[in-house]
Design a protein around this ligand. Structure first.
Ligand SMILES: [Zn+2]
Ligand SMILES: [Zn+2]
Length: 373
């Protein structure tokens, strides 16, 4: 879009134009008119096209900045992952020869692509969350915070493990829940520093059916967390910040799962952190910040859900990207090779979305299945 400033400066360079109407009153000499002047002196800043890249929105600028930082700080492999993210595909085939190709992402939360809301990485986390949680009539949700200076510090993996497990255990003991997901968020809404806190999301069974829990239970949970934090960090706090909410409808449950599983230290947040904080986030890349406890743990959840009559992999199986079962013949898709986009014979495939394409037979089977739902 052409700005008022660019129009004004062009007119200023061509005598005979309506120069006076766009010049600041104090620029009276012809010399002054012949040079472009600062746009903010005569034009509202919002109307000025400064040709600057916006680091909030410009993914390429974010990638350039991140790759430079990673390369300069001993993380060249991660830099390469970012540069290659989304550029290649996994080619899969079932035993009867039906095919699909799925786009490969780096899955780093600070990646400008993977760290977006509704990125493939976010969708994958959410889909698996739906399978373990969405069957519940109500989801309860607790957030356990830490004192600000501790929440901004570099807690070890062991400390994070203990704190996350304790957050779950407190809810389990007081609300008598069967299991939960505990996800550690490393930052809050404020940019520039860490704010570690623990999210516990769980099926809430056996309450009044609305999701409301008693004031006594809420007090007990807050007191238990405060007592534990005091003991663990040798403090004498009177209170800690602990909050409770719940999701009683399908739409609210879906939103809650997506919210808890959303990317937190995304590309922009990462860039605002100090070098020390960035290094800390990098050091925790292989650490699992989403953990499942109780009967929803990895070892037990399938049995637990099947006993309840719930299909434990329904959402994963219905996701054409994640499903490893061929919808035409029912056999498993097997990995064949990695292909670059240019190497794929696209005329043999139909795209389901930007991340997955299937051959024509698989596409027809998925269409029939969708129509039957
Ligand atoms: Zn990525
Ligand atoms: Zn097949």
């Amino acid at each position: 879009m052409r700005s008022d400033f660019s129009r004004a400066s062009r007119r200023a360079r061509f005598p005979g134009g309506q120069v006076l109407s766009t010049r600041p009153p104090f620029l009276s000499s012809p010399e002054a008119v012949s040079e472009p002047f600062l746009p903010s002196l005569c034009t509202a800043l919002g109307q000025v096209d400064l040709n600057e890249r916006n680091p909030h929105e410009d993914k390429e600028l974010q990638k350039d900045t991140l790759v430079r930082w990673l390369d300069n700080n001993g993380h060249s492999a991660a830099a390469s992952q970012l540069l290659d993210c989304g550029n290649s595909y996994a080619h899969l085939k079932c035993s009867k020869g039906h095919e699909k190709v799925t786009r490969i992402y780096c899955d780093n939360e600070f990646c400008p692509t993977c760290g977006q809301i509704d990125s493939r990485a976010h969708k994958t986390r959410s889909t698996r969350g739906y399978d373990r949680l969405l069957w519940a009539p109500i989801l309860g949700y607790y957030v356990f915070t830490l004192p600000a200076d501790i929440g901004a510090s570099h807690l070890t993996r062991e400390q994070l493990n203990i704190l996350g497990k304790k957050a779950y255990k407190i809810v389990e003991n007081i609300l008598k829940i069967d299991g939960a997901m505990c996800r550690t968020h490393f930052a809050g809404k404020k940019l520039g520093h860490l704010q570690i806190h623990f999210n516990v999301l769980f099926p809430l069974l056996g309450t009044n059916g609305l999701g409301v829990i008693t004031a006594g239970a809420r007090d007990s949970i807050r007191q238990a967390w405060t007592a534990f934090i005091n003991e663990f960090f040798s403090l004498s706090l009177k209170e800690t910040d602990v909050s409770y909410s719940f999701a009683p409808t399908q739409v609210k449950k879906i939103n809650k799962i997506k919210y808890v599983l959303r990317p937190i230290v995304d590309a922009f947040m990462f860039m605002t952190l100090s070098d020390e904080d960035k290094a800390y986030v990098m050091s925790l890349r292989k650490w699992h910040n989403t953990r499942w406890f109780g009967k929803l743990s990895n070892a037990l959840y399938k049995k637990y859900l099947i006993e309840k009559g719930v299909d434990p992999v329904k959402f994963e199986r219905d996701d054409p990207y994640l499903s490893n079962v061929c919808p035409v013949c029912g056999t498993r898709f097997r990995f064949v090779e990695i292909l670059r986009k240019a190497d794929i014979l696209w005329q043999r495939f139909r795209r389901i979305d930007r991340d997955v394409a299937v051959d024509l037979e698989v596409f027809a089977a998925l269409k029939t299945k969708a129509a039957a739902c």
